[in-house]
Design a protein around this ligand. Structure first.
Ligand SMILES: [Fe+2]
Length: 438
């Protein structure tokens, strides 16, 4: 090999190590901002995002009007310490001064090490003319063949950029640090087609607690001062609050009390008149019925076992920590996952149904307590929970098919909720939550 060829090979390997990968966006503290995070094998000096307004997401651009420098974080993969521990690097840059509701084209990287492909997104709307906010919601996604149906459906759903956010309610890759973090890389690449165009908002799952936390802390970058553990934002007529339900299980009492301070401060000060709907989300459910678990096993029949822990003892632990908070602050919706099932529960408090002013199978007008959702069926490779033969008395709907949820905050009085089956696109459950006029 000539010296010239060797140099070209080395330069090419070197460029690959710095090339931007796994691009995804998230809402920013500023309503006219959008943050973008990406990964590369090593950090590089001068990496940035370049962005420019366009009239359509398909518009080709050769110049970008704006640029913003990124900030790097490098962290070790802790799951399986070896002599050579892989370090991972992620970079976040904020695109600011965006025109509300306008399309933007962007790319990340640098002249020296190369630029990503061009991506597009729609800047956060100001919701004054059209108050409607639309979100896709699920937890427990995973990587691999089981996720293919949901992934392709989510790509179709987001084709028109017609969503304001995606909420991933914990448990990402089972687990992100596996195989020296490459499973985390695979997961982030898998979601890139949707997460590079719609803000991808996350909550911590049990597969991201303890030693797994660095992946959760640094692969995502929420509008948060707590490494993504708790934060809030507004979309349409709703105030959203993300929190962690893991601290009680890991004995992180400091975090639990810090989070409590944040929640109390946030919920007592945000503008409830402007945002009459209050929606909170975290990974573990306060209420669920599932009591069987089916575990996939390679080359053999699924293993079915009785499994009461999540919905009995652990749900009680979660309720003891949060239920009074949500009830006292008049939360409308509590959205969880963790159990690999779909379930919708009527408004409840202290394990009892609290009747709405009017209530039927698919409607609640004038709720007096939070309604509860479990949405954990996008298709993870771990297990699934069949429909419970012993549902809670206030369980209104269950589904065990692969699927995801769709939330539409229509206006200040109406919310519409749906569960969509990934394979058939059927709506397997739907629900109107309506404020009473009183
Ligand atoms: Fe979980």
């Amino acid at each position: 090999m000539t010296w010239r060829l060797l140099f070209i090979c080395m330069a090419s390997v070197s460029a690959d190590l710095y090339f931007p990968d796994q691009v995804h966006i998230a809402l920013d503290f500023q309503e006219t901002g959008m943050r973008v995070t990406w990964a590369s094998e090593h950090p590089s000096y001068g990496a940035s995002v370049q962005y420019t307004p366009v009239t359509s997401p398909n518009q080709q651009v050769s110049n970008f009007a704006y640029s913003s420098l990124g900030s790097w974080v490098t962290f070790p993969n802790l799951s399986n310490p070896k002599i050579l521990v892989r370090h991972l690097s992620t970079c976040t840059a904020v695109m600011s001064g965006l025109i509300p509701g306008n399309f933007y084209k962007y790319r990340v990287g640098s002249d020296l090490y190369g630029w990503s492909q061009h991506f597009a997104f729609k800047a956060r709307k100001n919701f004054t003319e059209t108050p409607e906010a639309r979100l896709l919601i699920y937890g427990d996604f995973g990587v691999g063949i089981e996720t293919a149906a949901t992934m392709s459906r989510l790509i179709q759903e987001t084709e028109d950029y017609d969503y304001d956010a995606i909420i991933h309610d914990g448990d990402f890759a089972y687990d992100m640090p596996d195989n020296q973090g490459e499973l985390g890389d695979d997961f982030m690449r898998q979601i890139e087609p949707i997460a590079s165009k719609i803000p991808y908002m996350v909550a911590q799952g049990n597969h991201e607690n303890e030693n797994y936390s660095p992946h959760y802390y640094y692969r995502f970058n929420m509008p948060s001062t707590s490494k993504n553990l708790w934060y809030s934002y507004n979309l349409g007529k709703a105030h959203f609050l993300a929190y962690s339900s893991e601290f009680m299980f890991e004995n992180y009492t400091d975090f639990l009390s810090q989070q409590q301070v944040f929640i109390e401060n946030d919920l007592s000060t945000y503008n409830r008149t402007q945002y009459p709907w209050l929606i909170v989300y975290s990974h573990r459910p306060l209420y669920c019925s599932a009591n069987w678990s089916t575990t996939y096993q390679l080359n053999s029949a699924p293993y079915i076992q009785r499994h009461n822990k999540d919905c009995l003892q652990d749900a009680v632990t979660v309720r003891n920590a949060f239920e009074d908070l949500w009830y006292n602050y008049k939360v409308d919706f509590v959205i969880n996952a963790h159990v690999h099932a779909y379930e919708r529960l009527a408004p409840a408090y202290k394990n009892q149904s609290v009747p709405c002013e009017y209530q039927d199978q698919n409607t609640c007008i004038g709720a007096k307590a939070p309604a509860y959702i479990v949405t954990g069926t996008p298709g993870n490779q771990e297990s699934y929970a069949p429909i419970s033969p012993t549902p809670l008395p206030f369980s209104m709907a269950q589904d065990s098919q692969w699927g995801f949820s769709r939330l539409t905050v229509i206006n200040e009085t109406h919310i519409y909720w749906e569960q969509i089956r990934s394979v058939t696109k059927e709506v397997s459950d739907w629900f109107w939550l309506i404020k009473s006029k009183n």
